[in-house]
Design a protein around this ligand. Sequence first.
Ligand code: FES
Ligand code: FES
Length: 191
Amino acid sequence: MAPAGIPASSTVTLHINGEKYTLPVDHRTTLLDALRERLDLTGTKKGCDQGQCGACTVLVDGRRTVSCLQFAVAAEGRDITTIEGIADERLTGGLHPVQQAFVELDGYQCGYCTPGQICSAVAVLEEHAAGWPSAVTEDVRPEAGPPPLTPEEIRERMSGNLCRCGAYVSIVRAVAQAAAQPADGVKEQVA
Ligand code: FES
Ligand code: FES
């Protein structure tokens, strides 16, 4: 309970997948609970609820964020992308290349942690293209540019997302395939 004189809730406007949602939230409400319980955006999943599994990953201003550790009020005005907004029919005419690769290479498994895996992979490709090093990058000098996106690099960059069903091998292949696609090389959505 908030101390006397300090409000316990606020009305916030969240920018999600290109839409604006204005809603009152208790200050203790996480972004994850706001998405799932208040806005019916249930593609984002709750796994551990303590920042360890990556199932709740969304993009906030293009950066990977575990939404179970982010308060909804702290996300006000930020540009939030959930799994529901990854494929943009208006822009691509189909699935995101990462989604397409997951379909083709069997990266989809239980479906519970896949949304978080997809969101992370989309950001991984952007981080890599921007030249960000990872913990396994050997040459981290800015002038060295993006390192080769080897399986080891992909595994390290995706290591915040757990999969207990053993799809890691397929996921690494799918991320590598998506990385090799030209930016405008999105294929038709599969039925
Ligand atoms: S539910 Fe957020 S990291 Fe597991
Ligand atoms: S895809 Fe969910 S446990 Fe593997």
